[in-house]
Design a protein around this ligand. Structure first.
Ligand SMILES: Nc1ncnc2c1ncn2[C@@H]1O[C@H](COP(=O)(O)OP(=O)(O)OP(=O)(O)O)[C@@H](O)[C@H]1O
Ligand SMILES: [Mg+2]
Length: 374
């Protein structure tokens, strides 16, 4: 049999591990996103700088061209210009050339940086997307494990419970058979053996002492009568035939009558609403539940009175069995091995009804049932 607790633990552990992975992936996602944002800003900045440098390169190119022209002009007409003028023009042109070279170099650098950043941005975008997908997928897995596996665990659990219940039913059936066998063995079978013995005595007496023989026959008749009664009780316990012939109420009444005779408990029954016949499986189910409640009173309650109420309503039937006995702590007894209360609940489930037990130590017990009618 699968260890449900172990399975539950495994699922829970798996969930924790995945949960941790999810938060790790989320961290990666966050980091990549932050970096992506800052790289985006860098790209913007560099683009702006590139634009600026392009303008200044343009500007410098113009100025450098002008300086070159001026130098050409100055050096061609060296008669008009002084040596000083030529030197100034030369220096000016030279300086602008250098500045232009530097600016061009800067432009190159910025473009290279921009290209690199753009590649980086692309990779980061991919990482962010991948992480996003992963988070979503892991979320789905978590949801699946959390809900579906939870459901699977409960399903296995209820399956196992019904297996346990099945085993209990078989055990209870065997128990019931043993009880019936013992009852027949101790009761009617024993009595019958006695009847045979007494009949032999009568046979011998009939010619010798007619009077004694008559007495013996009288005893014999009583014995057979009580044997018959006992046999009827066993048959009734097995399957109350009055249930099929007369219905629920007369059968419960009969059961209460024999109980009163046997135990001296004062039994009372009250029937409300319009009594009617129910489906046979409902009648037998209801009777078995009431019977078990009554047996429990006899066995455990030490009660002096029992009140049974059966109420017929259009859509459902209500019944209760109440005693003035010692009561019991319902929570304490639940989960014990006994089959009675468990069987009552199972029968109730089969009838789609509700069963509740009100009991407290020293305050008697009341078993209430409500069964919907079709
Ligand atoms: N009317 C009652 N008064 C006092 N105690 C009760 C009453 N009904 C049930 N109990 C307590 O609840 C326990 C469980 O009852 P349940 O019918 O399930 O088992 P059981 O009668 O002991 O055994 P089984 O019915 O299987 O022969 C009983 O052992 C008893 O302690
Ligand atoms: Mg019982």
């Amino acid at each position: 049999m699968i260890d449900i607790k172990e399975l539950d633990k495994i699922v829970k552990n798996t969930l924790t591990v995945i949960e941790t992975s999810k938060s790790q992936i989320f961290d990666i996602y966050e980091a990549a996103r932050n970096e992506m944002e800052s790289v985006k800003k860098d790209v913007e900045r560099i683009k702006q700088q590139t634009v600026n440098i392009i303008f200044s390169v343009d500007e410098l190119e113009k100025r450098e061209r002008r300086a070159r022209l001026r130098l050409m002009e100055v050096s061609r007409n060296f008669k008009v210009y002084t040596e000083e003028d030529i030197k100034t023009a030369y220096d000016e042109a030279k300086m602008l050339q250098v500045e232009l070279a530097v600016a061009r170099e800067q432009e190159q650098n910025l473009r290279r940086q921009r290209d690199e950043l753009e590649i980086r941005l692309k990779t980061l975008k991919e990482t962010v997307e991948k992480a996003e997908n992963l988070v979503a997928q892991v979320g789905a897995v978590l949801g699946y494990l959390g809900n579906e596996m939870g459901g699977v665990v409960t399903k296995i659990e209820s399956l196992q419970q019904s297996q346990i219940f099945g085993a209990k039913i078989i055990k209870a059936q065997e128990e019931e058979r043993r009880r019936v066998a013992r009852e027949i063995h101790d009761g009617p079978a024993q009595a019958m053996a006695n009847v045979v013995f007494r009949a032999e005595v009568c046979e011998r007496l009939v010619d010798i002492d007619v009077e004694r023989c008559k007495n013996e026959l009288g005893d014999l008749r009583e014995q057979v009568r009580s044997c018959l009664k006992e046999t009827r009780k066993i048959i009734f316990d097995l399957r109350p035939m009055t249930l099929d012939d007369l219905g629920l109420v007369p059968t419960v009444k009969r059961f209460l009558d024999t109980m009163k005779e046997r135990t001296a408990i004062d039994t009372n029954i009250r029937v409300l609403g319009e009594e009617k016949r129910l489906d046979s499986y409902v009648e037998i189910g209801l009777f078995r539940i009431i019977q078990e409640a009554l047996n429990n009173v006899e066995k455990h309650a030490a009660a002096t009175s029992i009140w049974v109420a059966i109420e017929f309503m259009p859509a459902f039937i209500l019944a209760s069995v109440e005693d003035d006995g010692q009561g019991f702590d319902h929570v304490e007894t639940s989960g014990s091995e006994s089959f009675g209360l468990l069987g009552m609940r199972e029968r109730m489930n089969l009838l789609h009804g509700e069963l509740s037990i009100k009991s407290a130590k020293g305050k008697g017990t009341k078993v209430m049932i409500k069964v919907p009618l079709r």
